[in-house]
Design a binder for this molecule. Structure first.
Ligand SMILES: Cc1cc2nc3c(=O)[nH]c(=O)nc-3n(C[C@H](O)[C@H](O)[C@H](O)COP(=O)(O)O)c2cc1C
Length: 350
C-alpha cells in the first residue's frame, strides 16, 4: 500500500480481510523492495492512480510500491482508476503508452459511477477481469498467432413468435475454453446461443438464436480459423413450420419436427487444415460412440462426457484423438478447459 492508499483504507483492514501480510514501508525489512520483487511471479497494481502510473513511466521510486516495481523484471499489470478527465489527460495517456510499449499490461478501466459522482470511463476493472488478466500473465503463449473459434450455449428453434424448443446448456464449458484459449495467447472468437454462465472477459462474443443462424455465423469464420471447437448444444430438430401468430390453446397440439443442419459434419467436410474439436454427450458406450463420431465427422479431437456431468459437481470425460484416449476428472469445467486447451496447443504446434 502506498502512503496515500493508507489514508483511504488502513492496512489492518487489508491484512484482516485478505489474510495476507501487507507491506507499507521498509521499517521491518531494509531490502523489502528487492525481496518482494524476487518473490513475485506476477505483479498487479490495482487500483493504480494516475500518479503512480506516471511515476512508473518515469522510473521514479519514492515509496515501497514504486521501488518494488523498479526492482521487478517479471510480468507487471496495472489497473488504472481515475476521474475520466484525469485519465484522458495527455500527460497520463503518454505515460500509459510508454508503459504499454515496455510490455506492461494495462487493464483498462470500465464505464461507471466514479468517486467524484460523475459517470464515465475510469472505474476500476471488475474483480473478474483483474483475476482473468493475472491468469493471462501467468500462462505461456503456445497458441500465439492462432485464431480459435468456439461455439457454445443452446440454440432455440421457434414454434411461434414466443415459444421455442431448446435445452439446458449453460455455456459454461465453452466460455471456460474461451477464457483459457486467451490465456494461452490465442485470438478468440465465440459464437454463442443462449447461455446462463458468466461471459469470459476480453473475448469477442457473437450471439445467435437458431441452429441455422449458428451455421451461417460459423461458416463465415471457419476459413480464417486455425482451431474450431464446437461446444454448443444445438437442437437436432426444429418445427417444420414456424407459426406467424401465437398458437391458441387447444386440447392437443402436434408438432412435426425436421432435422436441423449438422454443423460439425459440415465443418468436417469443408476442413482444410483447421484443427476441429467436437463434444459428445453419451449415455452408453461412451468411448466407442465418441470414437465413431470422431471418424464419421472427420474431427481431430473429441471430448466425450457421460450424461451424469450435467448435474454432477465434478467434470469427467475422455479426451479422444486418433492417437489414443485420456480419461480426466476435475472439480470444475475451468480445470477441464485448461487440460483440453493444453492438449490442443500441443497437437497444433507439432
Ligand atoms: C478523495 C480522493 C479520491 C481520489 N481518487 C483518485 C483516483 O481514483 N485515481 C487517481 O488517479 N487519483 C485519485 N486521487 C488523487 C490521488 O490521491 C493523488 O494523485 C495521490 O498522490 C495518489 O497517490 P498514490 O499514487 O501514491 O496512491 C484522489 C484523491 C482524493 C483526495
Amino acid at each position: 500500500m502506498t502512503p496515500f492508499a493508507r489514508r483511504f483504507v488502513g492496512e489492518l483492514s487489508f491484512e484482516t480481510l485478505s489474510g495476507n501480510k501487507v507491506f507499507i514501508d521498509w521499517s521491518e525489512e531494509p531490502l523489502a523492495h528487492i525481496n518482494l520483487a524476487r518473490w513475485a511471479e506476477v505483479f498487479l497494481i490495482a487500483p493504480c492512480t494516475v500518479n503512480t502510473l506516471s511515476k512508473l513511466a518515469l522510473g521514479i521510486g519514492d515509496n515501497l510500491l514504486t521501488t518494488t516495481a523498479l526492482a521487478y523484471n517479471g510480468k507487471l499489470l496495472i489497473a488504472p482508476a481515475a476521474n475520466t478527465v484525469m485519465y484522458k489527460n495527455p500527460a497520463v495517456q503518454e505515460n500509459l503508452r510508454k508503459l504499454k510499449e515496455r510490455g506492461v499490461i494495462v487493464i483498462e478501466p470500465e464505464w461507471g459511477v466514479l468517486a467524484c459522482e460523475e459517470e464515465g470511463e475510469g472505474k476500476l476493472a471488475s474483480e473478474d477481469r483483474l483475476l482473468d488478466w493475472v491468469c493471462y500473465a501467468l500462462n505461456d503463449k503456445p497458441l500465439k498467432g492462432k485464431r480459435v473459434l468456439i461455439t457454445c450455449g443452446a440454440t432455440r428453434e421457434y414454434i411461434d413468435p414466443v415459444r421455442f424448443i431448446s435445452n439446458d446448456s449453460s455455456g459454461e464449458m465453452g466460455f471456460s475454453l474461451a477464457r483459457v484459449a486467451r490465456w494461452l495467447g490465442a485470438e478468440v472468437k465465440v459464437i454463442a446461443g443462449f447461455t446462463t454462465a458468466k461471459e469470459p472477459p476480453e473475448v469477442e462474443i457473437e450471439r445467435v438464436k437458431t441452429t441455422e443462424e449458428m451455421l451461417k455465423a460459423v461458416l463465415r469464420e471457419f476459413e480464417s480459423a486455425d482451431v474450431v471447437i464446437m461446444n454448443s448444444a444445438v437442437a437436432d430438430y426444429r418445427p417444420k413450420e414456424v407459426k406467424e401468430q401465437k398458437i391458441k390453446k387447444k386440447e392437443t397440439l402436434t408438432l412435426e419436427l425436421v432435422k436441423t443442419p449438422d454443423i460439425l459434419e459440415e465443418l468436417g467436410r469443408r476442413k482444410k487444415g483447421q484443427f476441429l474439436v467436437g463434444f459428445a454427450l453419451e449415455s452408453e458406450k461412451l468411448v466407442e460412440n465418441a470414437r465413431e463420431k470422431l471418424r464419421r465427422k472427420n474431427l481431430d479431437m473429441i471430448i466425450a462426457n457421460p450424461v451424469e456431468v450435467i448435474s454432477a459437481g465434478h467434470h469427467r470425460g475422455y479426451l479422444i484423438t486418433e492417437r489414443g484416449e485420456e480419461e480426466f476428472v476435475f472439480d470444475t469445467k475451468l480445470e477441464s478447459a485448461k487440460f483440453i486447451m493444453d492438449r490442443v496447443a500441443e497437437l497444433t504446434s507439432s
